[in-house]
Design a protein around this ligand. Structure first.
Ligand SMILES: C[S@@+](CC[C@H](N)C(=O)[O-])C[C@H]1O[C@@H](n2cnc3c(N)ncnc32)[C@H](O)[C@@H]1O
Length: 267
């Protein structure tokens, strides 16, 4: 299924031509993202997420693949705890930030710039991480499935695949179609969101208005996966679900939790 072809007509108008939004030229992963997430992805949150991850690692874990790792907020936190971490991301801007921070902290992390779909990573890992809704970016179900297959393939037998994503059940209960965010430096961000029920894709248009410079428009499209869909896909690639957790890492409040953790074990 090609999402753009099957989406609602009004959404199709916005998303047409944006199949490559997640690549460097889409400008989504850069300075604006860092500023926008500054108050969300705090040090405390990184620590909390690292704690949840560590709790669900297989016993005696050593090697971890963080795929994609972004600017290394989780990779560096886990390396600081003594794990041997490899981080891969398509954005060289993010990988440079990750390396810089690792160096400042005296950490040894193996960082790779590359596309998870086709970059060859040597070896298999005790745990593979996919955190902060880092899948569903590709233009059809087949490619998204291939991406998930890669995550499963890099997981050792008996190892764990840990996925943390937006929970579409909670998201669509209170879907914020319009949102305004004022950043510390005075940049204004206007978000327009559209949820397409035909394809379970969420489309976000961001208008960035910065004092003294041209207004930028960004679009991103993400296929939101319901838990049962991910469970079925991962099972095909020998990863069986062992736990679903809410955003605090508890087994309690899944339906109202905007984010969820899925913990898989490779057969
Ligand atoms: C929402 S960010 C999350 C990053 C990181 N997991 C975290 O928790 O901070 C998603 C990341 O996916 C990366 N990305 C998107 N498509 C990718 C691909 N095909 N291969 C590698 N990285 C990719 C982007 O560059 C971005 O850093």
């Amino acid at each position: 299924m090609d999402y753009i072809k099957y989406q609602d007509k009004t959404i199709r108008k916005i998303t047409g031509g944006h199949q490559d939004w997640y690549k460097a030229r889409g400008n989504v992963w850069g300075e604006r993202y860092m500023k926008e997430k500054e108050n969300i992805l705090t040090k405390e949150r990184n620590k909390k997420e690292a704690r949840i991850i560590v709790k669900y690692l297989p016993r005696n874990s050593k090697s971890i693949l963080d795929a994609p790792c972004g600017y290394g907020r989780i990779s560096n936190s886990l390396a600081a705890l003594g794990y041997r971490v490899t981080g891969i991301d398509i954005s060289d801007y993010f990988i440079n930030l990750a390396k810089k921070q690792a160096k400042q902290l005296g950490l040894n992390v193996s960082y790779i710039v590359g596309d998870i779909l086709n970059k060859k990573i040597t070896g298999k890992f005790d745990a593979v991480l996919n955190i902060f809704t880092s899948l569903g970016y590709l233009e059809d179900d087949k490619k998204n499935e291939l991406f998930i297959k890669r995550l499963c393939q890099y997981t050792k037998r008996g190892g764990r695949l840990i996925i943390e994503i937006i929970n579409p059940v909670a998201l669509t209960k209170d879907y914020k179609e319009k949102e305004f965010v004022l950043l510390k430096d005075g940049t204004k961000l206007y978000f327009n969101r559209y949820f397409d029920f035909r394809t379970s894709t969420s489309v976000t248009k961001i208008r960035e208005v910065k004092r003294g410079s041209k207004t930028k428009n960004l679009v991103h499209i993400i296929r939101l996966y319901y838990t049962h869909e991910l469970i079925n896909i991962c099972r095909k690639f020998s990863c069986d679900l062992i736990n679903v957790l809410d955003q605090d890492g508890k087994e309690k409040n899944i339906k109202n939790s905007l984010r969820i953790w899925l913990i898989f074990q490779k057969k």
